[in-house]
Design a protein around this ligand. Structure first.
Ligand code: ZN
Length: 144
């Protein structure tokens, strides 16, 4: 995995996976960045679903190469121009831009980043959340 934000500092990462947000387990990591900061694909794979959700705003569900894990990017200000479902992306490609769409505080744009382990039926909305924090920390250390 590569950091979804270029130049991400370890100090910007907090393990909020277990926190309760809006009455639900967060099951994700929030990365606070200025609006418009490019968001990069954490792994190579396929853009599986572009979905506008009430809580998540503009979201991307990206499958890895083998469809074992789904990477989820939410509250995006907008998608990268030309991004579409079924499209192949390489690790590091810009896929969207940080924003505050959905239920994010407009004054605190951030990337809500989650990883879901897909079940054998590969349904993008039904994966089991795994904590992205350890992988993000390792990726940031490797990127330095
Ligand atoms: Zn979040």
């Amino acid at each position: 995995m590569a950091p979804p934000i270029t130049g991400l500092a370890l100090a910007s990462l907090q393990d909020t996976f277990e926190e309760i947000h809006s009455g639900h387990p967060h099951n994700a990591i929030d990365i606070l960045e200025p609006r418009g900061t490019p968001v990069h694909a954490a792994v190579s794979g396929t853009v599986h679903k572009l979905f506008l959700s009430k809580p998540g705003g503009n979201t991307i569900y990206q499958f890895d190469e083998v469809g074992q894990y789904c990477y989820y990017y939410a509250h995006l200000d907008r998608y990268m121009k030309g991004l579409r479902e079924g499209m192949r992306v390489e690790r590091g490609d810009v896929i969207g831009f940080v924003g505050s769409t959905g239920n994010a505080d407009p004054g605190t744009p951030h990337l809500h980043f989650a990883i879901f382990e897909l079940s054998p039926d590969k349904l993008w909305w039904k994966g089991k959340a795994v904590n992205p924090y350890p992988g993000l920390v390792a990726a940031v250390k490797r990127a330095r």
